[in-house]
Design a protein around this ligand. Sequence first.
Ligand SMILES: Nc1ncnc2c1ncn2[C@@H]1O[C@H](COP(=O)(O)OP(=O)(O)OP(=O)(O)O)[C@@H](O)[C@H]1O
Ligand SMILES: [Mg+2]
Length: 455
Amino acid sequence: MTAGNILVVDDDQNLLELLKMRLESAEYEVVTAGGEAEALGAVKKQGPDLAILDLKLGDGDGIALMQEIHSLIPAIPILILTAHGSIENAVEAMKKGAYSYLTKPFEPQDLLFQIEKALENRRLTSEIVRLKGLLAERYDFANIVARSGKMHGVLEVVSRIANTESTVYVHGESGTGKELIAKAIHLASDRKNKPFVAINCAALPEALLESQLFGHERGAFTGAVKSTKGLFTQAHLGTIFLDEIGDMPLPIQAKLLRVLQERQFYPLGGEKPVEVDVRVIVATQKDLAEQVKQGLFREDLFYRIHVIPIHLPPLRERKEDILPLVEHFLKKFNQQMKKGVKGLTPGAMQRLMLHEWPGNVRELENVIEYAVAMTQQEFITEDFVLQTKGPEKAESLQPFKEAKDAFEEKYLRNLLEICQGNVSQAAKMAGKYRADFYELVKKHSLNLADFKKSG
Ligand SMILES: Nc1ncnc2c1ncn2[C@@H]1O[C@H](COP(=O)(O)OP(=O)(O)OP(=O)(O)O)[C@@H](O)[C@H]1O
Ligand SMILES: [Mg+2]
């Protein structure tokens, strides 16, 4: 590593040699050019970190050359060398974008000082560009709605840790956006052009999960007719998202621990370790600390993955997000269904605000999808939101008498099924007098013949 790459342009060959020597002894890498054409060639080829130009060049004008260099690479700081007594020219050069100037003859320390300052300034500028990029990235989280302070906090952490290698632990109830956040982290990182691979650890039986994650060699188990690469290998240089990690069986937890510690693993039936460079993000709805206490989750693995915890608060704890989320989903489903729904009536909106949202953002998304599909008006009325949705709701709203009658009928049918329509036997089993039991059968208009064993 050198301190930087410097282009020096001067038509005085002696001065060029002298500068080159001095700068090289200060650990800079130096390219020299005696004229304009040579200088521009060097800029294109080397992309120097800084240029030093003599203002009066034999074959042209230093200011014009400076501008041409800047049109190629705008960020190059340029130091101007001027002859004694031509300060106006130096000022002119500064106005046109020179970083600074030195009057010949100059002290070597002055030159080195100016160079260091210019390079430092350039580093700062590029850091600002990088930070601005990060901010832009944040707005690139355009599909993530975050009005509440709590969600701002989440996005703040996301943009800060995206580019680290640390394992991220996303915790939140169902439908709070865990997968969305995992993807945002991947997209905001330098790994964004590499694969993002997701797997739900709760969805597969142990053996299958293991071979999905780590792959297997041919013949590793019955049915393994050819070797398969696992998801860890597929995610190489990218990100792997392990959803519902709390449901990962203990033997696989042990294997995962090794991957995290050693960045390598053995495929099923394989003898050679596979090395991978993978960023790991895990998600869980369960309280893993509690799982650890119950012996369902390895404590050492818990500490390995619990590096950067991100908690996604339930929607009922951030109701400020409801309105912007509604707008976000309206736009989405208007587009998808080619509709022009403008919004919700105040009554419908109030209903959304009062709801507890056990299914969080996903539930809200479904509610809006349903309403947009159903409505034929510009504004969604309350009839289309959260009406008799879900069986628990319907049941809890049923009047007592209806619920009791429904239960009675179901009970009678079951019993008569078992007793094959024999009322005496059924009454005995129910602990009722035969006459009373018969009354019940009549009340529900049940036909005893239907329960007699046929054939
Ligand atoms: N802040 C948000 N802004 C916009 N959309 C969101 C937001 N949070 C969640 N969503 C949307 O809600 C749905 C559910 O999100 P996601 O699948 O990420 O949740 P989850 O926590 O992984 O759910 P589950 O626990 O059920 O797997 C997705 O369609 C997602 O795009
Ligand atoms: Mg999910």
